[in-house]
Design a protein around this ligand. Structure first.
Ligand code: SD4
Length: 341
């Protein structure tokens, strides 16, 4: 009760200090109080987030650390051979190499990433080791693989028969030209009817019972991309950002546009200004539309965010974005993200 009163007072002071209308701040303060009760909580992008959240939940429900939860969670789609957009079995680049991008960030602002790394299923675990065992934040390509092998990971062939077949089909007509947004146009494994768009990077955000937040993001990136292409997913601030004082955000979709707007950092900074997670995601999506109105109609970008109180939200450019939520009350909630178009 003491905490609750204190929070409301801070909310009112915040209203004055930040210059927001009472209505906006009162609304978010109210929601925040309600959501505080849901801690611990984990959320993640797309339908496959449900299974990933379950793995994270096993750790969170035993009062485990959010960092351990997000790593365990995203390892599920990384290991799923049927998933052609994350980890082992992901579609290759135009030269037939499966190259993985991943990053992780903890409650203390520590972070690690691997870029365009080949031959290791659990890119997220290598990213975590970069964070914990090196003085660096990012390792790329051969260097990332070398580091993984030095730390006990085994070299694997990540190109499945199915992915190889899809790549060879693509080569027949594509003239070796990568297509932006290709998941939507030709090869989405979960192709949606009508004008709905789909992408499939997993971004996961967790708030643990200690009140600490962490996030993880992992992908095989855009299918049939140029060799060496890196998207938003392993870039701290673009594909993922965590600020334990404010909240966390992650992204999915055409990474180039997310990098251009430093999307996840933008979402967290908007939450710092007092926007709810959903409104912060919407503002970030609107920024992309404003900068490139023509392009924005053609591509998908989605943001997912959670604030320090466990309040969450998402927004996408196009229809079709979904995210999964897991806490004590609801184990496998799937929410359809709102969208601009
Ligand atoms: C990227 N954002 O590499 C990632 C992957 C993605 O559909 O979501 N692709 O741009």
């Amino acid at each position: 009760m003491i905490n609750r009163r204190k929070f409301i007072q801070q909310g009112v002071l915040g209203t004055v200090a930040l210059g927001f209308t009472n209505e906006i701040y009162a609304q978010s303060a109210f929601n925040s109080i309600v959501k505080t009760a849901t801690k611990p909580i984990v959320i993640s992008t797309w339908d496959f987030g449900i299974a990933a959240n379950q793995a994270a939940w096993k750790i969170l429900k035993q009062n485990g650390r959010a960092l351990d939860a997000v790593e365990a969670g995203v390892k599920v789609p990384e290991a799923d051979l049927k998933n052609v957009t994350v980890g082992n079995g992901g579609y290759p680049d135009r030269d037939g190499h499966v190259t993985l991008d991943a990053c992780i960030m903890d409650e203390n602002g520590n972070c690690g990433a691997v870029l365009a790394m080949e031959h290791i299923t659990h890119a997220i675990s290598v990213a975590r080791l970069v964070m914990e065992k090196t003085p660096h934040v990012m390792l790329a390509g051969e260097g990332a693989l070398q580091f993984a092998l030095e730390n006990g990971f085994q070299k694997e062939d990540l190109l499945t028969k199915e992915s190889e077949k899809a790549w060879k089909e693509w080569l027949k007509k594509a003239e070796y030209k990568p297509i932006m947004n290709i998941e939507n146009q030709h090869f989405s494994p979960n192709k949606l009817p009508g004008n709905q768009y789909n992408h499939d990077t997993i971004g996961m955000l967790a708030l643990d019972s200690q009140g600490n937040m962490s996030g993880a993001c992992t992908t095989s990136g855009m299918a049939f991309k140029m060799h060496g292409r890196v998207g938003d997913s392993p870039i701290i601030g673009a594909g993922l950002y965590v600020d334990n004082e404010v909240g966390a955000a992650t992204s999915t979709g055409v990474g180039e546009e997310v990098v251009r707007t430093v999307g996840s950092f933008l979402v967290v900074e908007l939450m710092r200004q007092g926007y709810s997670p959903e409104d912060a995601c919407k503002k970030a999506v609107q920024r992309i539309v404003k900068k490139k109105p023509e392009k924005a109609k053609e591509i998908q970008v989605g943001f997912l965010a959670m604030n320090k109180q466990g309040q969450y939200g998402a927004y996408a450019l196009q229809q079709g974005f979904s995210f999964a939520v897991c806490n004590e009350e609801q184990q496998d909630l799937l929410i359809k993200g709102k969208s601009i178009y």
